[in-house]
Design a protein around this ligand. Structure first.
Ligand code: SF4
Ligand code: SF4
Length: 172
């Protein structure tokens, strides 16, 4: 309300958090070897990830992205993901959103809600954001202020880093 009085628009993610469970709650966040190093350096923590079989089968359905399936999943069907609290919240979720600096957040977090394959960003966005809360006349990407140039850079970085999963020296 205060923001409305000042004539400023409340950020969509803040509105989202007041209305529903957000993408930082219940999502199973895959982290690349590079994500682990960046988060480790920024947070000083070592205990923030684990290898798990996806609880939600949707995470194993990237049939249109064989490179993802080949690199991200290990032979036992597990993949490296952020740990969650008992209620499903991400461990890095604070009262004002993500505690990690933008360029330290997992690449899949930074890219969301862009959808993509190894070939690039898709035109259609992922579902999940409450588009019914968008200000009139504003698109989702505009409201979230994620530039296409940043998303393309992060996409390139993501696929560079998932390929490192196949490196013989990769032991994270
Ligand atoms: S990115 Fe979308 S789902 Fe996640 S908090 Fe923001 S509006 Fe909600
Ligand atoms: S790392 Fe940050 S952006 Fe990603 S799910 Fe956790 S709280 Fe959300």
């Amino acid at each position: 309300m205060e923001l409305a009085i000042l004539g400023q628009e409340e950020f969509l993610c803040a509105r989202c958090a007041r209305h529903t469970r957000t993408c930082c709650q219940d999502s199973e966040i895959y982290v690349t070897p590079g994500d682990v190093e960046r988060i480790r350096t920024a947070s000083g923590r070592e205990d923030f990830f684990e290898f798990r079989v996806p609880a939600d089968p949707i995470y194993g359905l990237e049939h249109d992205d064989p490179l993802w399936l080949e690199c991200v999943f290990r032979e036992d069907g597990t993949r490296r993901v952020l740990k969650q609290r008992e209620n499903g919240d991400c461990h890095f979720l604070g009262t004002a959103g993500c505690c990690l600096p933008l360029e330290t957040r997992p690449l899949v977090c930074r890219l969301y809600p862009y959808d993509y394959t190894a070939a690039g960003l898709l035109e259609k966005l992922s579902r999940g954001c409450p588009i019914e809360l968008l200000p009139a006349g504003k698109g989702l990407i505009e409201a979230l202020a994620i530039s296409r140039a940043d998303a393309e850079r992060w996409h390139l970085q993501l696929y560079t880093e998932i390929r490192q999963e196949k490196s013989p020296v990769q032991n994270l």
